[in-house]
Design a protein around this ligand. Structure first.
Ligand SMILES: NC(=O)c1ccc[n+]([C@@H]2O[C@H](COP(=O)([O-])OP(=O)(O)OC[C@H]3O[C@@H](n4cnc5c(N)ncnc54)[C@H](O)[C@@H]3O)[C@@H](O)[C@H]2O)c1
Ligand SMILES: [Zn+2]
Ligand SMILES: [Zn+2]
Length: 482
């Protein structure tokens, strides 16, 4: 089913108008007019959706009964009182209050805090004081503690191959704590440790009830919306000027407002400065392999793009018992690092005059069993498909394409029984599945530290862009300075 849906989305040029089923194709006018007529409210029984049997069988993991010293220290750090926020209208009276008391002092009030605002395409982000409105119906306001930079943020900041929408607060990989909840939110409470996710799970729609789909009808990724679903408005402003949201998360802010269906409650002992990377890149790459490509033991796997997403895909191949993992990247310096993630061979397309799919076919007697594309470049997507073995090969697209990209291949490649799939967020249903992935980290079955190459304080967030653009970082953790 996944293959068929993706097939449609990828092979045909996107329609010019907005449809809920293709979030990359519409262009929203940049006004803030309410859109509630086209964006239905979340069903009231959000919290009582059925459990997903397929998902719960993905990992059979018990939480650690005895937290390690480092994790309990971490837990203490992450449950520090809410101290840095001063509600508008109460700016002189909030000092001196601590913990829950102070937390409750901000409930229902506008919070002034720092956010990194993208005012224009490609221009450095500017740390501004923003107003963050209280959460509305089915929304949650989060205190972000750690965030990181994914290449998807960069695409929408550059706005070269994506629709420009500015001013905007980017950011979608993060960990934080619930500050307050809006009307109708019953399953989250202030103090909960959470990961916001760019694609949500209402638990009520046909997709959420499906065993195979994570494309929630209501909360699937929408890169062009820029406002909250409930009332079509932004919760961010600067002196009354609205600032757009990004993929419903906008984590480059000390506080943000997120739909409850896009918030994953996790083990409070999990160190947020590590598990924050599970809220996008690592879950996406790892899930693309283990949930979608599903290589069997002894398979050959090619991974295109050795950034965080690709390395997580390689890690998925390694734990699946792949015998050969061929990494493909333009940067030769990526190989050494990629070995830690199970990559056994390296191909730089620039070293060959023939197409990389032919190089891989020759290396593997006809093609790899599985390939996972994590670059966002259309040529790599086509190569990733054409390098899989006929008869059984499966290719999975993960990279976010240019808005005008068109996938072109000869139909005989399909007739010869190759399969093309695609996935957002590694096919994980965020709220149902990600707590178990966090437990995998806690149980030392999944290593996250090796993905974290850099750290910067929030005030130096633009350095994270430099590190990623120069290909130096895998993930750079941005530490909020509350
Ligand atoms: N589908 C999803 O849910 C999802 C989620 C997160 C990220 N993404 C996308 O995944 C991709 C990777 O993200 P990332 O954060 O790891 O980025 P990154 O910049 O860290 O890594 C991308 C790597 O691809 C390499 N590359 C670029 N073009 C290439 C080509 N034609 N052939 C071979 N290698 C090439 C680059 O050298 C780089 O090492 C991006 O397109 C991002 O938008 C998708
Ligand atoms: Zn991402
Ligand atoms: Zn849904």
């Amino acid at each position: 089913m996944l293959a068929n849906r993706s097939f449609h989305g990828v092979l045909h040029p996107p329609p010019p108008h907005f449809t809920r089923s293709n979030s990359y194709t519409h262009s929203l006018s940049s006004s803030f007019s309410p859109r509630s007529e086209t964006t239905p409210l979340l069903p009231p029984s959000l919290s009582t959706g059925p459990s997903n049997k397929r998902r719960s069988s993905l990992f059979c993991i018990q939480a650690q009964s005895e937290p390690s010293e480092s994790t309990s220290d971490a837990a203490a750090l992450y449950t520090q009182p809410f101290s840095a926020k001063i509600p508008v209208g109460d700016r002189h009276s909030s000092s001196g209050k601590k913990g829950k008391e102070e937390m409750s002092s901000t409930v229902g009030q506008v919070i002034r805090c720092k956010a990194a605002v993208a005012w224009e395409a490609g221009k450095p982000l500017v740390i501004e004081e923003v107003e963050v409105a209280p959460p509305q119906k089915m929304e949650v306001r989060l205190k972000i503690l750690f965030t990181s930079l994914c290449h998807t943020d960069v695409y929408f900041w550059e706005a070269k191959g994506q629709n420009p929408l500015f001013p905007r607060i980017l950011g979608h990989e993060a960990g934080g704590i619930v500050e307050s909840v809006g009307e109708g939110v019953t399953e989250l409470a202030p103090g909960d440790h959470v990961l916001p996710v760019f694609t949500g799970e209402c638990k009520e729609c046909a997709h959420c009830k499906s065993e195979v789909s994570n494309m929630c009808e209501l909360l699937r990724i929408n890169t062009d919306r820029g406002v909250m679903i409930h009332d079509g408005k932004s919760r961010f402003s600067i002196n009354g000027q609205p600032i757009y949201h990004f993929v419903g998360t906008s984590t480059f802010s000390e506080y943000t407002v997120v739909h409850v269906g896009c918030v994953v409650k996790i083990n409070p002992l999990a160190p947020l400065d590590k598990v924050c990377i599970l809220s996008c890149g690592i879950s996406t790459g790892f899930g693309a392999t283990v949930n979608v490509a599903k290589p069997t033991k002894g398979s050959t796997v090619a991974v295109f793009g050795l950034g965080a997403v690709g390395l997580a895909a390689a890690e998925g191949a390694r734990v699946s018992g792949a015998s050969r993992i061929i990494g493909v990247d333009f940067h030769a310096n990526k190989l050494q690092r990629a070995k830690q993630f199970g990559v056994t061979e390296f191909v730089n397309p620039k070293d060959y005059t023939k197409p990389v799919q032919e190089v891989i076919a020759e290396m593997t007697e006809g093609g790899v069993d599985r390939s996972i594309e994590c670059t966002g470049h259309i040529d790599a997507m086509i190569s990733a498909f054409e390098c899989v073995h006929d008869g059984w090969g499966v290719a999975v697209l993960v990279g976010v394409p240019h808005k005008d990209a068109v996938f072109k291949t000869h139909p005989i490649n399909f007739l010869n029984e190759r399969t093309l799939k695609g996935t957002f967020f590694g096919n994980y249903k965020p709220r149902s599945d990600i707590p178990a992935v966090v437990e995998k980290y806690m149980n030392k079955e999944l290593e996250l530290e090796k993905f974290i190459t850099h750290q910067v304080p929030f005030s130096e967030i633009n350095k994270a862009f430099d590190y990623l653009l120069k290909g130096e970082s895998i993930r750079c953790i941005i530490r909020m300075e509350h």
